[in-house]
Design a protein around this ligand. Structure first.
Ligand code: TTP
Ligand code: CA
Length: 395
């Protein structure tokens, strides 16, 4: 018999990551406001801030702010261009620290990862004790600080890591999740975008606790089965998702269920394009690529079909995924029926480049540098800004 015990999950998030690495590299920067991003050109620069250290944040400077605005707020700050390969190296080093404590490491960006340390308790102590050891190792070996959330689920651990930044450690005991989440703003629920927030507002919900008090039925009626159920569970601190190390991750996909069934194939194709782009970007963030592309299509009445094709080479760019996805969609489609759901998955995953020990940092070749720039723009303007025009011309 398998006994399912409480899991012990850490979410580790490096503090002011790019800026902190720059401060470490040049101690003369310590204590001064540091902004990493594009060139400010005396306030006429057109790019954005990647990140700011905590001294610069006191001037209200933060990620994704136009660099000209940052300059206006603090012209005396030190402005630096990002050095991605340096941050990628540090990211790899930090990851090796995680791997001393568990095999179950799921990186979610260059400076964040989930760790399942349930099986490590006998060797190293409980979750908070392991969190202290990890923080000490990061400080001692990398001269950097991390904030760690510790809980029985990913969702609660992720929220906890953010509550006492920088250099924080927040542990939430099993059974106390709902109480911990209750006072937090509803916007912290995963999946609550602007539209959902407006609906929550109309339901009279400002905090996660307000949502937790609603009947599941009310949430499902308001948000649909899948999102309503998710909000119901998350608001009570219920989140069973496993920590998936990319050593065993087999596929990565995204799908969309339309609010109303859609007859217009242009809309379906544009949605599939957006999903392809999200999958591509997510694969790149994890340093992964896959050779099999699968499209899933559900029509009115719930008839569902999947079509897949395996390519010669693993792919992780929208330029490569989208044409295959579109062709699979067109061959699978029954044009007289309206479409309820469309999705795309890339599987048969492997590291994006052989010999690359890091799994989540885009490599430095030109294609990937372009992809990285696209990712940065997508972060600011929404996905699709750059490639849409070139790839969607016939849709
Ligand atoms: P974050 O973890 O969001 O931010 P941070 O580490 O700088 O600060 P915090 O202490 O609040 O966690 O992002 C990690 C790195 O990713 C960040 O150092 C720079 C980069 N980044 C961008 O380039 N653009 C962005 O819009 C964001 C949010 C981050
Ligand atoms: Ca961070």
């Amino acid at each position: 018999m398998v006994t399912v015990g409480k899991r012990s999950i850490l979410h580790v998030d490096m503090d002011a990551f790019y800026a902190a690495v720059e401060e470490r590299e040049n101690p003369a920067l310590r204590g001064k406001p540091v902004v990493v991003g594009s060139e400010p050109k005396e306030g006429r620069g057109r790019g954005v801030v990647a990140t700011a250290n905590y001294a610069a944040r006191r001037y209200g400077i933060g990620s994704a702010m136009p660099i000209s605005e940052a300059w206006r707020r603090c012209p005396t700050a030190i402005y630096l261009r990002p050095r991605m390969s340096l941050y990628a190296d540090v990211s790899r080093e930090v990851r090796t620290i995680f791997e001393r404590f568990t095999d179950l490491v799921e990186p979610i960006s260059i400076d964040e990862a989930f760790l399942d340390v349930t099986a490590s308790h006998r060797l190293y102590g409980d979750g908070p004790a392991i969190a202290v050891l990890i923080k000490d190792a990061i400080r001692g070996e990398q001269e950097l600080t991390a904030s760690i959330g510790c809980a029985a689920s990913k969702f609660v651990a992720k929220i906890a890591s953010d509550l006492d930044k920088p250099d924080g450690l927040v542990a939430v005991r099993a059974g106390e999740e709902a109480e911990f989440l209750a006072p937090l703003p509803i916007g912290r629920l995963w999946g609550a975008g602007p539209k959902a927030l407006e609906r929550f507002r109309r339901l009279g919900c400002c905090t996660i606790g307000d949502a937790a008090r609603l009947e599941r039925d009310v949430l499902v009626r308001t948000f649909g089965e899948s999102l309503g159920d998710r909000f119901h569970r998350l608001s009570r601190g219920i989140d069973d998702r496993p920590v998936v190390s990319d050593h065993i991750r087999k596929s990565l996909g995204k799908e969309t269920t339309f609010g109303e069934d859609v007859a217009d194939r242009k809309v379906v194709e544009r949605t599939l394009f957006d999903l392809s782009e999200q999958v591509a970007s997510s694969l790149r963030r994890k340093g992964l690529a896959g050779a099999t592309v699968t499209v899933k299509l559900r029509w009115e009445g719930f008839d569902t079909v999947t079509r897949r094709r395996t390519l010669q080479e693993p792919v992780n760019t929208v330029e490569k995924i989208w044409p295959v996805a579109r062709e699979l969609l067109r061959t699978a489609d029954r044009p007289r029926l309206r479409v309820r759901l469309v999705g795309v998955t890339v599987s048969a995953l492997d590291r994006a480049e052989s010999g690359q020990s890091d799994l989540f940092v885009p490599s430095s070749d030109v294609d990937h540098r372009v992809a990285e720039a696209v990712d940065a723009l997508a972060e600011r303007f929404g996905s699709g800004t750059v490639t849409r025009a070139a790839l969607l011309d016939d849709v």
